[in-house]
Design a protein around this ligand. Structure first.
Ligand SMILES: *Cc1c(COP(=O)(O)O)cnc(C)c1O
Length: 500
């Protein structure tokens, strides 16, 4: 230690090693025994507050070792574990263990990946990661992009590039409100809520969204999309972009991307693909047809912290013509001294997105892509899909369960009591109560979807720890708990439970 200054923040080498080794022991034990833990301890906010204690900001410091061990103990005993093999809720994956090591390493070096000069190797690693992600999902590596915090930010970043590309150049100076055009954006009713946040934040307003109905297979209805665009043009609106979803959050449906690409081309609109959840499945050769058209997208959002199993947070925006990113985000304040070299232009990531100082998110993604390779990811993603199909078929065969939908790795199903209590309202209430009971129970964690007005249980498998045995056990747990909930609920239910 060459630091002459004594200070309370430095940890000396021996102590750092000891804390680190013990922490690594705790974490590796955690990974090894995660399946024996409950998925969640289901403690209330006030119980948790009691555990951490209502203490003021400490006046004086404490020992790093004690604090670290205590933090590990707190987290290991009070968390919801999305790495548990029976966690199939929302779209939060089990995190690749190499990602934990990557984050430790990244935080130790702490490069600021806003500018090349501050992060020479980290910047190049992020650039390579982005190229590999293009290859992964089957688009040209001429796309440029940036890693961001997640799917929402990835979609926002792309949305802003689209706004730059498709609005008149005066919008940059005068703002949307003062522009002569009424801009409109198109997406199916299944589109994730990010689109609402985007139009509110970026000045178009919620009335700019044209929610296009879906067809029988729950994909965006292409003829309604086209007629709506035509009508808007006739009414002096300026259509700006179409959003296609590659794997919708509720049921995993992939829109007809080629058809959307053709319409976008015909009307000169920006074609954005929200592949936050589903895009990585494009690596599976059998699904090539499903994702056809993604290679024509002007921009794509994907989310390594979902189906690439990166720890939170990692999202990614890809843009076919990356100039639209720099046109949107680049500025050159006088206090930056970043781009000097004449012969070799260094890429500064602050010019590609909303952030200025940026962490080294790319490392965990870059390392996982190498640890698994294309074949490793193809295997895991295909297996997740197979398990989702297994869940569907077991639910379909079970006399008290009804299988509703299965796309990519999302299955929806519900509990239907044997004794013919099939009124719609009761079944919705029953399955909603059942989900609450299951989530609180800690044996399995599912979430919900509404499919054709039916309240369904929804399992999304982006979990390399889930096995066929887990799926079989989940079926048993849901049937058992469903039965219990029904016997309680049917006693008090006021409506008619006896007829369809
Ligand atoms: C998850 C998801 C998002 C939002 O991503 P975050 O990482 O949660 O911000 C957006 N769109 C789709 C289709 C998603 O699945």
């Amino acid at each position: 230690m060459h630091n002459q200054r004594t200070n309370p923040i430095e940890i000396d080498k021996e102590e750092f090693r000891q804390i680190g080794y013990r922490l690594i022991d705790d974490i590796s034990n955690f990974f090894d025994h995660i399946h024996e833990k409950p998925v969640t301890y289901n403690r209330s906010p006030s119980e948790i507050q009691k555990i951490i204690g209502d203490v003021p900001l400490p006046e004086n410091g404490s020992e790093a070792s004690t604090l670290t061990y205590k933090a590990a103990e707190l987290l290991l005993n009070n968390s919801l574990f999305n790495g548990h093999p029976k966690f199939l809720g929302y779209i939060t994956s089990s995190a690749a263990p190499i990602g934990a090591l990557a984050d430790l390493l990244a935080a130790s070096i702490n490069p600021n990946v806003g500018a090349h000069i501050l992060s020479p190797i980290a910047t190049e690693i992020e650039k390579q990661t982005i190229k590999w992600l293009c290859d992964f999902i089957g688009v040209s590596s001429d796309y440029g992009g940036i890693l961001v915090s997640g799917g929402n930010m990835a979609n926002f970043t792309a949305f802003l590039a689209a706004r730059t590309a498709k609005t008149s150049s005066s919008v940059k100076e005068n703002g949307i409100e003062n522009s002569k055009s009424k801009y409109t954006v198109y997406c199916s009713k299944t589109t994730h809520t990010w689109i609402e946040k985007a139009v509110i934040l970026f000045g178009l307003g919620t009335k700019s969204i044209r929610w296009i109905a879906t067809d029988d297979s729950n994909k965006i209805n292409i003829s309604i999309l086209e007629s709506t665009i035509k009508m808007d043009i006739d009414n002096n609106c300026t259509p700006l972009m179409v959003v296609g979803t590659a794997g919708d959050v509720s049921t995993g449906v992939v829109d007809n991307l080629s058809d959307i690409a053709a319409i976008s081309k015909k009307y000169n609109l920006w074609f954005h693909v929200d592949g936050a959840y589903g895009a990585p499945a494009a690596i599976v050769p059998e699904l090539e047809k499903l994702f056809k058209g993604i290679e024509e997208a002007d921009s794509i959002a994907l989310d390594p912290h979902k189906w690439l199993y990166s720890p939170l947070e990692a999202g990614c925006t890809l843009v076919k013509n990356p100039r639209y990113l720099t046109d949107t985000f680049s500025s050159h304040p006088e206090y930056y001294n970043f781009s000097k070299s004449e012969d070799e232009v260094a890429q500064n990531f602050y010019e590609y997105g909303l952030q200025n100082s940026r962490g080294f998110r790319a490392l965990k993604v870059w390392l996982s892509l190498q640890q698994l390779g294309r074949s490793g990811y193809e295997k895991l993603i295909s297996e997740d899909i197979q398990l989702s199909k297994l869940l569907y078929s077991l639910a379909d065969k079970h006399h008290e369960l009804e299988a509703i939908s299965q796309n990519l790795s999302i299955t929806t199903f519900r509990y239907i009591p044997k004794d013919s209590a099939r009124n719609v309202e009761y079944l919705n209430k029953l399955n909603e109560t059942l989900l609450d009971v299951l989530q609180a129970g800690g044996e399995v964690f599912l979430s919900n979807a509404i499919v054709n007005q039916q309240y369904c249980l929804r399992a999304c498998i982006v979990n390399f720890r889930t096995s066929a045995k887990d799926i079989e056990e989940i079926i048993e747990i849901v049937a058992r708990e469903g039965n219990m909930v029904h016997s309680e609920l049917s006693k008090t239910y006021k409506g008619n439970t006896s007829k369809i």
